[in-house]
Design a protein around this ligand. Structure first.
Ligand SMILES: Cc1cc2nc3c(=O)[nH]c(=O)nc-3n(C[C@H](O)[C@H](O)[C@H](O)COP(=O)(O)OP(=O)(O)OC[C@H]3O[C@@H](n4cnc5c(N)ncnc54)[C@H](O)[C@@H]3O)c2cc1C
Length: 395
């Protein structure tokens, strides 16, 4: 029986008011998702007066749909990325991702966010023809100082009984991104920052040494610095396109007996493209996602939902025969990618406003990289790796 429709707000959950009057700060961040929240927290801790506005509720856009795997292993392996941008730069990008995961783990513990767990990450060869590439990738990572292990078939089968190839095991983490973002924004407010929801930026311009941002309901924000943490909504704010939008699918199981979950509760993914990935959650669910489609049209995306759910469950059955996956929730979402898999963390050449656009399967890791680059820049420190993430790659 269908007894309702629409999104049910968890009544009593903490909401924030919209901006009614003019506001002032050192830094205005537009967007209260995980990117805006990490940046706001880093800047607040550095003594910067932060204002955050979000058109909707914070952590309610792609941050809410995210499955929260934190991996410094990019969708683009180190070898192919090195072929594209050079080994030195590729290693620096990977290294920054690794540092960012450590930083997020430290921040999570600082703010009491319990959903972040350090996990090993296992990437298995989807096909025998991928084994050689995985071995080469292993050798290159080891040579460049990354802590990664090559698992043979029998070691892989302790986790994935039906897989007959090899795998790489390295470090990663998992988090509930929406919970983390909300907790960070709470801390920002406790630290003297301002966070406004239901406050949509409708205009922005330079004024003197700073910016004035106008909002739909009238109040304006005056700030010395401006950061767009607007995620995949950013296309209309940029002069030229920088990302390709795609659709992705997820199924979460009912909570399980923790003993029935796979060894080490590793993050699991594969070399195939599009790939599938698996993780477990704090409440002992299994999550399987992926099966991406290279378009964003929401109607087409949603029409494919049932087919994709069947596909994901079939893949789960093939990988872990004997483990029952009873679906509890299914969803799909839009996400953005770039040709080289790297984010854009840069200033708009026209206005000087910062953009932090984490992309692809490592979007959240890059949110933290961006938070640090922007914070340091505002403090007058130059981050030598900032050059890796410039818009000029696309333009
Ligand atoms: C199904 C799915 C699974 C994913 N899994 C992973 C994963 O495992 N690991 C990973 O790292 N990444 C993953 N991602 C990607 C990750 O979710 C994104 O990189 C991340 O959520 C982006 O966060 P954000 O804060 O930049 O953007 P968002 O969460 O979209 O936040 C942007 C905010 O800006 C606000 N905004 C936009 N325009 C305006 C305006 N004009 N005025 C005011 N506010 C505005 C929006 O309301 C929104 O709240 C996944 C994505 C999806 C969809």
């Amino acid at each position: 029986m269908d007894i309702g429709s629409g999104y049910v707000l968890a009544l009593g959950q903490q909401g924030r008011a919209s901006l009614r009057e003019d506001e002032h700060g050192d830094l205005l961040i537009v967007g209260g998702g995980i990117t805006g929240a990490l940046c706001a927290y880093a800047c607040m801790k550095a003594g910067i007066r932060v204002v955050v506005i979000d058109a909707s509720m914070s952590a309610f856009s792609s941050t809410r749909f995210s499955t929260g795997l934190l991996q410094y292993e990019l969708d683009m392996p180190l070898g192919p990325l090195a072929d594209m941008i050079g080994l030195d730069k590729a290693v620096r990008v990977w290294r920054r991702g690794q540092e960012a995961i450590g930083e997020m783990a430290r921040i999570a513990s600082e703010v009491g966010e319990a959903s972040l767990h350090v996990r090993t990450s296992i990437q298995f060869a989807s096909r025998p023809s991928h084994v050689e590439g995985l071995r080469r990738e292993h050798a290159l990572r080891v040579k460049n100082g990354f802590d990664v292990e090559l698992l043979d078939k029998s070691a892989v089968q302790r986790v994935l009984p039906a897989v007959r190839t090899c795998a790489l095991r390295s470090e990663g983490a998992e988090v509930d991104p929406a919970s983390f973002a909300k907790r960070l924004l709470d801390e920002v407010v406790k630290g003297g920052g301002k966070v406004y929801e239901h406050t949509e930026m409708v205009g922005w311009k330079r004024q003197g040494q700073g910016y004035v941002v106008t909002t739909r309901r009238g109040g304006a924000v005056h700030a010395s610095h401006l950061v767009m943490a607007t995620g995949y909504h950013s296309a209309s704010l940029l002069q030229r396109p920088v990302m390709d939008l795609a659709s992705t699918y997820v199924v979460a199981s009912q909570p399980m007996d923790p003993e029935a979950l796979w060894e080490g509760r590793s993050l699991i993914w594969e070399t195939g493209n599009p790939y599938i990935y698996l993780r477990t959650t704090s409440d002992h669910r299994m999550v399987i996602g992926g099966a991406d489609e290279p378009f964003r049209d929401p109607r087409r995306r949603d029409q494919l939902m049932q087919k994709k759910v069947r596909h994901l469950l079939k893949r789960f059955g093939q990988l872990m025969p004997g483990t029952e996956f009873v679906p509890a929730a299914t969803w799909c979402g839009t996400f953005g990618g770039t040709r080289d898999g790297l984010p854009y963390i840069d200033r708009d050449p026209g206005t000087g406003a910062w953009f932090i656009l984490g992309m692809g399967g490592n979007g959240i890791v890059f949110s933290q990289v961006g938070a640090r680059i922007v914070r340091d820049q505002l403090l007058g420190r130059v981050d030598p790796d900032a050059e890796l993430f410039r818009f000029e790659r696309a333009w």
